[in-house]
Write a new protein. Sequence first.
Length: 278
Amino acid sequence: MRHHIELSAGRIDYEDTGGDGPVLVLAHGVPMNETQWRKVVPLLTGCRCILPTLPLGGHRQPMRPGADLTHRGVALLLGELLERLDLTDVTLVLNDWGGGQFLVSEGRAQRVGRMVLVACEAFDNFPPAPAKALAAAARVPGGIWLVVQLMRTRWFRHSRRAYGAMSLRGIPDEVFDDWIAPARRSRAIRRDFAAFASSAPDRATLLSWSDRLADFTGPVLVVWAQDDPLMPRAHGPRLAALYPAGRLVEIADSSTLVPEDQPERLAEAILTFLGDPA
């Protein structure tokens, strides 16, 4: 069921499956929404899944003018959501966008008990190399409008040199249309999208934030895709080693969007992880 909540940056939509099981908060990528997890959530039997639509370009309501929509700002907004919903001992699940880890860097991860990091940005890979053109366009007036028009083309969606690199299976057109519809319709959404897409800090700052991730001592499952051109394969074991209680699972025949390419294997890995008392 879809709900919404007013946070400091604006109104955030979220879906909540309800239930008394372990609470999973599943964050999405750019410029996606909660439907990124549509294949996985039905397989997470016994879990309460909360799926916010964050202001990463696929959000349906614009944020307030001047809201902090940097990677750090969106991470803090995610933390604010956990606080306002009074969620504790949450399993935070990230895929593609890795900025949710900055809750740890900012000392705001007290409500997070575990993390599942699925083929996501890490270390200085914000944004991944193929997405740097998006970041450059976001800094130019009207650049995001041009990017959104490009996203409407079949080539961009399916080419391995463009967004098609995200999934080996391919994203259905109706799903992708839903992701980009808000930015197509709304100049304010495009403003927000540009603010986020142009916000990655420099390499030194990113690496200094990464150094603080070792402060998180809860269990961390790193799920890495073996056929991913966006998230370096070496980052999977490196990330698992960085967290004191990290462990690594690699999934073959998948690119970045493991929820799209291998939903059953991802759900199995998450459920096994949740059932491990360690």
